[in-house]
Write a new protein. Structure first.
Length: 221
């Protein structure tokens, strides 16, 4: 949930949201604890769970740096029970595939999926961070960033945007908006206006399909 939407909901309805996060294999990993709440985060790791954030070399990342969320502990699933009765033992640590950052107080913020990570010139960029910035613009209904092949940097950042009906939104306006809130290396270099964003069978954004849409668009222009 976007931080802005979170605050707007609580202000409008007077209901405090307690965020938590987990998965089938890892169990409930993190949650807000009473007054120890930080809007925009999934809270701190719970008791009996060990949560680590690892880089591509399996080293724990430093504070504020993105890393894959890896969980272990007593609440983690032991294994899979298959339809034929076979039991498959799971590793002691479960790699969630989610990217997170941890702050000085131990609160974790999910910033995207490992498979969606954009690697531009050797620097890891979370597309979710860019999505959130794009969504702040009042004339943008929905938007998504993704990485596309680039001869110089390996990957470059581009974005797809659904504009509000009747707005005068242009690529230049979108790019200027992003440059105001993002570091130059994170800001999109191209804007493609579209009527809808591709979703997978679970209704979630399909960034791989976005990259394919960019290929079609590039071949036509």
């Amino acid at each position: 949930m976007l931080t802005e939407n979170w605050v707007q909901f609580e202000t409008l309805y007077g209901i405090l949201i307690c965020q938590s996060a987990g998965c089938s294999e890892g169990g409930l990993m993190c949650s807000h604890r009473g007054t120890e709440r930080k809007i925009g985060t999934i809270g701190q790791p719970l008791k009996y769970q060990k949560v680590r954030l690892l880089d591509e070399n399996n080293k724990e990342v430093s504070e504020g740096q993105p890393g894959q969320i890896v969980v272990s502990g007593q609440q983690k699933s032991w294994g899979y029970l298959h339809a034929n009765g076979r039991v498959e033992k799971l590793p002691d640590e479960h790699r969630t595939g989610d990217l997170g950052i941890i702050d000085k107080d131990g609160h974790i913020t999910v910033v995207g999926r490992l498979k969606d990570l954009i690697i531009r010139g050797g620097v890891n960029i979370s597309p979710v961070e860019i999505d959130n910035i794009l969504s702040r613009h009042p004339d943008i209904i929905d938007a998504a960033a993704c990485g596309v092949p680039d001869k110089v940097y390996g990957e470059e950042v581009i974005c797809f945007v659904i504009s509000r009906k009747g707005s005068d939104l242009t690529s230049e306006i979108v790019l200027n908006h992003c440059e105001e809130f993002l570091s130059p290396f994170k800001a999109p270099k191209e804007v493609i206006f579209t009527k809808k964003l591709p979703k997978n069978e679970r209704g979630k954004l399909d960034r791989k399909a976005l990259s394919l849409e960019w290929e079609k668009y590039s071949n036509q222009h």
